[in-house]
Ligand binder design. Sequence first.
Ligand SMILES: [Zn+2]
Length: 150
Amino acid sequence: MNQCKRCGSEGIVKNGMVRGRQRYRCRACAYNFIEGDRRVNDALPAKKALAVLLYSLGKASLNMLGHIFGVSRSLTYRWIVEAAVSLPEPQAPGTIKEMEFDEMWHFIGSKKTNVGSSRPWIVAEGEPWHGCSVVVMLRLSNDYTAKSNI
Ligand SMILES: [Zn+2]
């Protein structure tokens, strides 16, 4: 027995004996359980997956996840870290392209006064892992220089 039956935390301590069996207490969620009582949290993998999904989409804080799943904030943090370390290292191709978004500027900028004054963007794209595409767009700062002194 090395993890909590409710939340999966490995931070468990012995907490007395019940009917001749060792009882454990989870430090993360305060759950008491007995080794070998056949209670298993089948929903735990699904909870972890949903927590990672919500967190990675930026839709939920660690506190909110803890509230949703009835566990501590620190435990949701461990779920996220556990998922993160299990992923392969991202490998960006390192190709950075410079692009200009005329139409985008038309829609985003103030109406009509900026037509024709679009500015270049720095766009980096990559596929950190198969099936996941990432595009990062940075607008040049106002005081950028187009010429290099090097
Ligand atoms: Zn627990």
